[in-house]
Design a protein around this ligand. Structure first.
Ligand code: AMP
Length: 394
Protein backbone atom coordinates (compact mmCIF):
# COMPACT_ATOMS: atom_id res chain seq x y z
CA UNK A 1 0.00 0.00 0.00
CA UNK A 2 1.42 3.39 -1.03
CA UNK A 3 0.91 6.21 1.44
CA UNK A 4 1.81 9.80 0.62
CA UNK A 5 2.68 11.94 3.65
CA UNK A 6 2.21 15.69 3.22
CA UNK A 7 3.40 18.51 5.43
CA UNK A 8 1.96 21.68 3.99
CA UNK A 9 3.45 24.80 5.59
CA UNK A 10 3.02 28.51 4.99
CA UNK A 11 5.48 28.67 2.08
CA UNK A 12 6.50 25.05 1.55
CA UNK A 13 5.11 21.56 0.98
CA UNK A 14 7.19 18.59 2.11
CA UNK A 15 6.28 15.07 1.04
CA UNK A 16 7.34 11.47 1.45
CA UNK A 17 5.94 8.51 -0.44
CA UNK A 18 6.17 5.28 1.54
CA UNK A 19 5.38 1.66 0.84
CA UNK A 20 3.55 0.35 3.90
CA UNK A 21 3.69 -1.76 5.99
CA UNK A 22 7.24 -2.35 4.68
CA UNK A 23 8.12 1.18 5.85
CA UNK A 24 10.08 1.60 2.64
CA UNK A 25 10.69 5.13 1.41
CA UNK A 26 9.95 5.35 -2.33
CA UNK A 27 10.74 9.01 -2.80
CA UNK A 28 10.66 12.30 -0.92
CA UNK A 29 11.02 15.98 -1.57
CA UNK A 30 9.63 19.44 -1.15
CA UNK A 31 8.72 22.68 -2.80
CA UNK A 32 9.96 25.77 -0.98
CA UNK A 33 9.43 29.50 -1.44
CA UNK A 34 5.89 29.06 -2.76
CA UNK A 35 4.67 32.40 -4.09
CA UNK A 36 8.05 33.32 -5.61
CA UNK A 37 9.43 33.22 -9.16
CA UNK A 38 12.46 31.34 -7.85
CA UNK A 39 10.69 28.64 -5.84
CA UNK A 40 12.73 25.48 -5.31
CA UNK A 41 11.64 21.96 -6.11
CA UNK A 42 13.77 19.18 -4.61
CA UNK A 43 13.21 15.47 -5.08
CA UNK A 44 15.13 12.55 -3.64
CA UNK A 45 14.76 9.06 -5.06
CA UNK A 46 17.25 6.27 -4.31
CA UNK A 47 20.61 7.96 -4.73
CA UNK A 48 19.29 10.61 -7.13
CA UNK A 49 18.81 14.17 -5.92
CA UNK A 50 17.06 16.64 -8.20
CA UNK A 51 16.85 20.35 -7.48
CA UNK A 52 15.20 22.85 -9.80
CA UNK A 53 14.30 26.51 -9.53
CA UNK A 54 10.81 27.06 -10.90
CA UNK A 55 8.14 29.74 -10.46
CA UNK A 56 5.41 28.37 -8.14
CA UNK A 57 2.54 30.76 -7.48
CA UNK A 58 0.42 28.76 -5.05
CA UNK A 59 0.17 25.62 -2.94
CA UNK A 60 -2.10 24.13 -5.62
CA UNK A 61 0.58 24.68 -8.24
CA UNK A 62 3.26 23.30 -5.88
CA UNK A 63 1.35 20.10 -5.20
CA UNK A 64 0.45 19.73 -8.90
CA UNK A 65 4.17 19.89 -9.74
CA UNK A 66 4.87 17.19 -7.15
CA UNK A 67 2.10 15.00 -8.62
CA UNK A 68 3.37 15.47 -12.17
CA UNK A 69 6.81 14.40 -10.99
CA UNK A 70 5.44 11.35 -9.14
CA UNK A 71 3.49 10.27 -12.26
CA UNK A 72 6.15 11.22 -14.84
CA UNK A 73 6.36 8.42 -17.48
CA UNK A 74 10.17 8.05 -17.18
CA UNK A 75 11.30 9.65 -13.92
CA UNK A 76 8.10 9.00 -11.94
CA UNK A 77 7.35 6.33 -9.33
CA UNK A 78 3.61 5.73 -9.84
CA UNK A 79 1.47 5.39 -12.97
CA UNK A 80 -1.35 7.66 -11.85
CA UNK A 81 -2.74 9.34 -8.70
CA UNK A 82 -5.05 6.33 -8.10
CA UNK A 83 -1.95 4.34 -7.07
CA UNK A 84 -1.85 6.35 -3.84
CA UNK A 85 -4.09 4.54 -1.37
CA UNK A 86 -4.04 7.23 1.30
CA UNK A 87 -2.66 10.69 1.95
CA UNK A 88 -1.55 11.41 5.54
CA UNK A 89 -1.59 15.09 6.43
CA UNK A 90 0.41 16.58 9.26
CA UNK A 91 -1.93 18.95 11.08
CA UNK A 92 -0.35 21.04 13.81
CA UNK A 93 -3.38 21.92 15.95
CA UNK A 94 -6.30 19.63 16.66
CA UNK A 95 -7.09 21.25 20.02
CA UNK A 96 -9.01 18.91 22.32
CA UNK A 97 -11.14 17.55 19.49
CA UNK A 98 -8.68 14.93 18.28
CA UNK A 99 -6.90 12.47 20.53
CA UNK A 100 -6.40 10.10 17.60
CA UNK A 101 -5.50 10.08 13.93
CA UNK A 102 -8.69 10.74 12.00
CA UNK A 103 -10.23 10.15 8.58
CA UNK A 104 -10.94 13.57 7.10
CA UNK A 105 -14.49 14.66 6.31
CA UNK A 106 -16.28 18.02 6.24
CA UNK A 107 -16.71 18.15 10.03
CA UNK A 108 -13.01 17.40 10.61
CA UNK A 109 -12.06 20.19 8.20
CA UNK A 110 -14.37 22.57 10.07
CA UNK A 111 -12.59 21.72 13.33
CA UNK A 112 -9.14 22.22 11.78
CA UNK A 113 -10.37 25.56 10.52
CA UNK A 114 -11.73 26.40 14.00
CA UNK A 115 -8.29 25.81 15.54
CA UNK A 116 -6.68 28.13 12.96
CA UNK A 117 -7.34 30.89 15.46
CA UNK A 118 -4.90 29.15 17.84
CA UNK A 119 -2.34 28.19 15.16
CA UNK A 120 -2.63 30.92 12.54
CA UNK A 121 0.71 30.12 10.90
CA UNK A 122 0.15 26.37 10.65
CA UNK A 123 -3.48 25.23 10.40
CA UNK A 124 -4.52 27.35 7.37
CA UNK A 125 -1.76 25.93 5.09
CA UNK A 126 -2.37 22.42 6.55
CA UNK A 127 -6.05 22.75 5.57
CA UNK A 128 -5.18 24.12 2.16
CA UNK A 129 -2.93 21.08 1.58
CA UNK A 130 -5.86 18.79 2.48
CA UNK A 131 -8.26 20.52 0.11
CA UNK A 132 -5.83 20.44 -2.79
CA UNK A 133 -4.94 16.78 -2.12
CA UNK A 134 -8.65 15.86 -2.13
CA UNK A 135 -8.84 17.20 -5.69
CA UNK A 136 -5.54 15.77 -6.94
CA UNK A 137 -6.03 12.33 -5.29
CA UNK A 138 -9.82 11.90 -5.49
CA UNK A 139 -9.75 8.15 -4.83
CA UNK A 140 -7.31 8.26 -1.90
CA UNK A 141 -8.36 8.26 1.73
CA UNK A 142 -7.38 11.54 3.36
CA UNK A 143 -6.19 11.23 6.95
CA UNK A 144 -5.18 13.88 9.49
CA UNK A 145 -2.42 13.23 12.04
CA UNK A 146 -2.37 15.89 14.75
CA UNK A 147 0.77 17.16 16.53
CA UNK A 148 -1.37 17.93 19.57
CA UNK A 149 -2.99 14.46 19.86
CA UNK A 150 -0.15 12.96 21.93
CA UNK A 151 -0.78 15.45 24.76
CA UNK A 152 -4.42 14.60 25.35
CA UNK A 153 -3.31 12.22 28.12
CA UNK A 154 -1.68 15.00 30.15
CA UNK A 155 -3.41 15.61 33.49
CA UNK A 156 -5.31 18.88 33.90
CA UNK A 157 -2.84 20.05 36.57
CA UNK A 158 -0.13 20.06 33.88
CA UNK A 159 -2.32 21.55 31.16
CA UNK A 160 -3.98 24.39 33.03
CA UNK A 161 -2.44 27.85 33.53
CA UNK A 162 -2.95 29.53 36.89
CA UNK A 163 -5.25 32.23 35.52
CA UNK A 164 -9.00 32.53 36.21
CA UNK A 165 -10.87 29.30 35.45
CA UNK A 166 -13.09 30.69 32.70
CA UNK A 167 -10.06 31.16 30.45
CA UNK A 168 -9.62 27.38 30.59
CA UNK A 169 -13.27 26.36 30.35
CA UNK A 170 -14.60 28.98 27.94
CA UNK A 171 -11.63 30.32 26.03
CA UNK A 172 -9.66 27.07 25.69
CA UNK A 173 -6.46 28.66 26.99
CA UNK A 174 -4.32 25.72 28.11
CA UNK A 175 -1.26 23.69 27.17
CA UNK A 176 -1.79 21.95 23.82
CA UNK A 177 1.76 20.86 23.05
CA UNK A 178 3.60 20.35 19.76
CA UNK A 179 6.13 17.94 18.14
CA UNK A 180 3.81 15.14 19.36
CA UNK A 181 4.47 12.92 16.35
CA UNK A 182 8.21 13.01 17.00
CA UNK A 183 7.97 12.42 20.76
CA UNK A 184 5.57 9.51 20.18
CA UNK A 185 7.81 7.93 17.54
CA UNK A 186 11.04 8.06 19.54
CA UNK A 187 9.45 7.12 22.87
CA UNK A 188 7.86 4.01 21.30
CA UNK A 189 11.28 3.05 19.94
CA UNK A 190 12.77 3.53 23.42
CA UNK A 191 10.04 1.49 25.12
CA UNK A 192 10.70 -1.36 22.70
CA UNK A 193 14.45 -1.05 23.34
CA UNK A 194 14.03 -1.03 27.13
CA UNK A 195 11.81 -4.10 26.85
CA UNK A 196 10.04 -3.28 30.12
CA UNK A 197 6.35 -3.30 30.94
CA UNK A 198 6.51 0.05 32.68
CA UNK A 199 8.70 2.99 31.79
CA UNK A 200 9.48 6.60 32.73
CA UNK A 201 11.00 8.48 29.83
CA UNK A 202 12.05 12.03 29.02
CA UNK A 203 12.18 12.79 25.32
CA UNK A 204 14.25 15.83 24.28
CA UNK A 205 13.49 17.05 20.73
CA UNK A 206 16.13 19.61 19.73
CA UNK A 207 15.71 21.02 16.24
CA UNK A 208 14.98 24.56 15.15
CA UNK A 209 12.01 24.24 17.48
CA UNK A 210 12.82 22.48 20.78
CA UNK A 211 10.65 20.69 23.29
CA UNK A 212 10.68 18.05 26.01
CA UNK A 213 8.03 15.55 27.04
CA UNK A 214 7.70 13.45 30.19
CA UNK A 215 6.22 10.07 29.26
CA UNK A 216 4.97 7.39 31.67
CA UNK A 217 4.14 3.98 30.17
CA UNK A 218 3.91 5.50 26.69
CA UNK A 219 1.55 8.33 27.68
CA UNK A 220 2.62 11.96 27.94
CA UNK A 221 2.27 13.51 31.40
CA UNK A 222 4.01 16.86 30.87
CA UNK A 223 5.46 18.89 28.02
CA UNK A 224 7.52 22.05 27.68
CA UNK A 225 5.71 23.83 24.83
CA UNK A 226 2.35 25.26 25.76
CA UNK A 227 -0.58 27.14 24.28
CA UNK A 228 1.69 27.98 21.33
CA UNK A 229 5.11 26.58 20.40
CA UNK A 230 6.99 29.25 22.34
CA UNK A 231 7.41 28.07 25.94
CA UNK A 232 10.24 26.09 27.51
CA UNK A 233 13.65 25.51 25.98
CA UNK A 234 15.94 28.00 24.22
CA UNK A 235 15.20 27.48 20.50
CA UNK A 236 16.71 28.59 17.18
CA UNK A 237 14.98 31.98 17.21
CA UNK A 238 12.43 31.64 20.05
CA UNK A 239 13.22 32.64 23.63
CA UNK A 240 11.41 29.81 25.43
CA UNK A 241 10.60 30.54 29.09
CA UNK A 242 10.51 34.25 29.89
CA UNK A 243 8.88 36.26 32.68
CA UNK A 244 5.76 37.87 31.12
CA UNK A 245 6.63 41.13 32.89
CA UNK A 246 9.39 41.57 30.29
CA UNK A 247 6.66 41.83 27.62
CA UNK A 248 4.77 44.50 29.58
CA UNK A 249 7.99 46.44 30.14
CA UNK A 250 8.90 46.25 26.44
CA UNK A 251 5.47 47.66 25.53
CA UNK A 252 4.71 50.07 28.39
CA UNK A 253 8.24 51.06 29.33
CA UNK A 254 10.24 50.90 26.11
CA UNK A 255 7.53 51.70 23.56
CA UNK A 256 7.60 48.53 21.43
CA UNK A 257 4.36 47.57 19.72
CA UNK A 258 2.84 44.17 20.56
CA UNK A 259 3.57 43.01 17.05
CA UNK A 260 7.24 43.99 17.42
CA UNK A 261 7.45 42.05 20.69
CA UNK A 262 5.88 39.02 19.01
CA UNK A 263 8.49 39.20 16.24
CA UNK A 264 11.25 39.76 18.80
CA UNK A 265 10.39 36.73 20.94
CA UNK A 266 9.56 34.36 18.07
CA UNK A 267 11.92 35.38 15.29
CA UNK A 268 14.85 37.28 16.81
CA UNK A 269 15.48 35.60 20.16
CA UNK A 270 16.77 32.20 21.27
CA UNK A 271 20.17 31.20 19.91
CA UNK A 272 19.83 33.78 17.12
CA UNK A 273 19.34 36.63 19.58
CA UNK A 274 22.20 35.43 21.78
CA UNK A 275 24.75 34.74 19.04
CA UNK A 276 23.63 36.17 15.68
CA UNK A 277 22.99 32.69 14.23
CA UNK A 278 20.21 30.15 14.75
CA UNK A 279 22.28 27.33 13.27
CA UNK A 280 23.96 25.33 16.02
CA UNK A 281 26.79 24.26 13.72
CA UNK A 282 27.89 27.90 13.27
CA UNK A 283 27.53 28.58 16.98
CA UNK A 284 29.61 25.55 17.98
CA UNK A 285 32.31 26.52 15.47
CA UNK A 286 32.47 30.09 16.78
CA UNK A 287 32.48 28.91 20.41
CA UNK A 288 35.48 26.72 19.59
CA UNK A 289 37.26 29.77 18.18
CA UNK A 290 36.70 31.50 21.54
CA UNK A 291 33.52 33.54 20.94
CA UNK A 292 32.23 34.22 24.48
CA UNK A 293 28.59 34.89 23.45
CA UNK A 294 28.45 31.56 21.63
CA UNK A 295 30.02 29.72 24.57
CA UNK A 296 27.51 31.23 26.98
CA UNK A 297 24.55 30.56 24.65
CA UNK A 298 25.48 26.87 24.46
CA UNK A 299 25.70 26.71 28.25
CA UNK A 300 22.34 28.47 28.63
CA UNK A 301 20.80 26.08 26.12
CA UNK A 302 21.98 22.99 28.00
CA UNK A 303 21.17 24.53 31.40
CA UNK A 304 17.51 24.96 30.42
CA UNK A 305 17.30 21.33 29.27
CA UNK A 306 18.90 20.23 32.55
CA UNK A 307 16.28 22.14 34.57
CA UNK A 308 13.45 20.41 32.70
CA UNK A 309 15.11 17.01 33.20
CA UNK A 310 15.16 17.70 36.93
CA UNK A 311 11.54 18.77 37.09
CA UNK A 312 10.24 15.93 34.92
CA UNK A 313 12.21 13.36 36.93
CA UNK A 314 10.55 14.76 40.06
CA UNK A 315 7.10 14.73 38.43
CA UNK A 316 7.48 11.08 37.35
CA UNK A 317 9.27 10.08 40.57
CA UNK A 318 12.03 8.43 38.55
CA UNK A 319 13.60 8.11 35.15
CA UNK A 320 14.45 5.05 33.04
CA UNK A 321 15.55 6.67 29.79
CA UNK A 322 16.53 10.06 28.45
CA UNK A 323 16.15 10.42 24.67
CA UNK A 324 17.90 12.97 22.46
CA UNK A 325 16.42 13.48 19.00
CA UNK A 326 16.09 15.85 15.98
CA UNK A 327 18.83 17.87 14.23
CA UNK A 328 20.66 19.02 17.36
CA UNK A 329 19.74 16.13 19.66
CA UNK A 330 20.97 13.58 17.13
CA UNK A 331 24.08 15.43 15.99
CA UNK A 332 25.44 17.68 18.71
CA UNK A 333 27.58 15.65 21.10
CA UNK A 334 28.46 18.97 22.76
CA UNK A 335 24.88 19.84 23.77
CA UNK A 336 24.38 16.27 25.02
CA UNK A 337 27.63 16.51 27.00
CA UNK A 338 26.80 19.90 28.56
CA UNK A 339 23.29 18.68 29.41
CA UNK A 340 24.37 15.44 31.09
CA UNK A 341 27.32 16.96 32.96
CA UNK A 342 27.05 16.51 36.77
CA UNK A 343 23.77 14.62 36.67
CA UNK A 344 24.97 11.52 38.51
CA UNK A 345 22.72 12.39 41.48
CA UNK A 346 19.80 11.59 39.16
CA UNK A 347 21.49 8.43 37.87
CA UNK A 348 22.48 9.99 34.54
CA UNK A 349 26.05 9.15 33.48
CA UNK A 350 27.18 9.87 29.93
CA UNK A 351 29.89 7.76 28.28
CA UNK A 352 32.06 10.40 26.58
CA UNK A 353 33.43 7.97 23.96
CA UNK A 354 30.02 6.58 22.96
CA UNK A 355 28.68 10.14 22.89
CA UNK A 356 31.11 11.09 20.11
CA UNK A 357 30.23 8.14 17.83
CA UNK A 358 27.98 8.89 14.87
CA UNK A 359 25.24 6.64 13.58
CA UNK A 360 21.78 7.00 12.10
CA UNK A 361 20.15 4.27 14.17
CA UNK A 362 19.17 4.11 17.85
CA UNK A 363 22.23 4.07 20.09
CA UNK A 364 22.96 4.00 23.81
CA UNK A 365 25.49 6.58 25.05
CA UNK A 366 25.43 6.05 28.84
CA UNK A 367 28.13 4.32 30.90
CA UNK A 368 27.51 0.78 32.14
CA UNK A 369 26.96 2.09 35.68
CA UNK A 370 24.38 4.70 34.65
CA UNK A 371 20.95 3.96 36.17
CA UNK A 372 19.31 5.92 33.35
CA UNK A 373 19.71 4.86 29.73
CA UNK A 374 20.74 7.80 27.57
CA UNK A 375 19.56 7.15 24.01
CA UNK A 376 20.07 8.97 20.73
CA UNK A 377 17.14 8.09 18.48
CA UNK A 378 16.73 9.55 14.98
CA UNK A 379 13.22 10.89 14.65
CA UNK A 380 11.07 10.17 11.60
CA UNK A 381 7.84 12.11 11.75
CA UNK A 382 6.78 11.14 8.23
CA UNK A 383 7.19 7.44 8.95
CA UNK A 384 5.19 7.85 12.18
CA UNK A 385 2.42 9.59 10.20
CA UNK A 386 2.45 6.79 7.59
CA UNK A 387 2.29 4.15 10.36
CA UNK A 388 -0.66 5.86 11.99
CA UNK A 389 -2.45 6.21 8.66
CA UNK A 390 -1.78 2.55 7.85
CA UNK A 391 -3.05 1.41 11.27
CA UNK A 392 -6.20 3.48 10.91
CA UNK A 393 -7.20 2.37 7.45
CA UNK A 394 -6.16 -1.26 7.61
P1 AMP B 1 15.86 20.18 12.62
O1 AMP B 1 14.85 21.28 12.88
O2 AMP B 1 15.53 18.92 13.33
O3 AMP B 1 16.16 19.99 11.16
O4 AMP B 1 17.25 20.70 13.28
C1 AMP B 1 17.88 21.86 12.84
C2 AMP B 1 19.04 22.17 13.80
O5 AMP B 1 19.94 21.05 13.86
C3 AMP B 1 19.87 23.38 13.37
O6 AMP B 1 20.12 24.21 14.49
C4 AMP B 1 21.19 22.74 12.95
O7 AMP B 1 22.26 23.59 13.18
C5 AMP B 1 21.26 21.53 13.85
N1 AMP B 1 22.20 20.54 13.31
C6 AMP B 1 22.08 19.82 12.18
N2 AMP B 1 23.19 19.06 11.99
C7 AMP B 1 24.03 19.32 13.03
C8 AMP B 1 25.33 18.87 13.43
N3 AMP B 1 25.99 17.97 12.70
N4 AMP B 1 25.86 19.36 14.57
C9 AMP B 1 25.20 20.25 15.32
N5 AMP B 1 23.97 20.71 15.02
C10 AMP B 1 23.38 20.26 13.89
Amino acid sequence: MKILVLNSGSSSIKFKLLQMPLEKMICSGMVERIGYEDAILSIKKDEINIQETVPIKSHREGLSIIVSYLTHPEKGVIKNPQDIFAVGHRVVHGGDSFAETTLINGAVKDEINYYSALAPLHNPPNLEGIEIAEKLFPTAKQVAVFDTAFYQTMPVKARKYAIPNTFYTEDNIKVYGFHGTSHKYVSEKAIKYLGRETSKIISVHLGNGCSMTAIVNGKSVDHSLGFAPSNGLVMGSRSGDIDHSVIFHLVDGLGYSLNEVKQLLNKKSGMLGLTGSSDLRDIQAKAEEGDKNCQLALEMNAYRIKKYIGSYTAVMNGLDALIFTAGIGENSSLIRKLTCLDMDYLGIKLDSVKNEKRSNVLREINTDSSQVKILVIPTNEELEIAKQVFNLIS
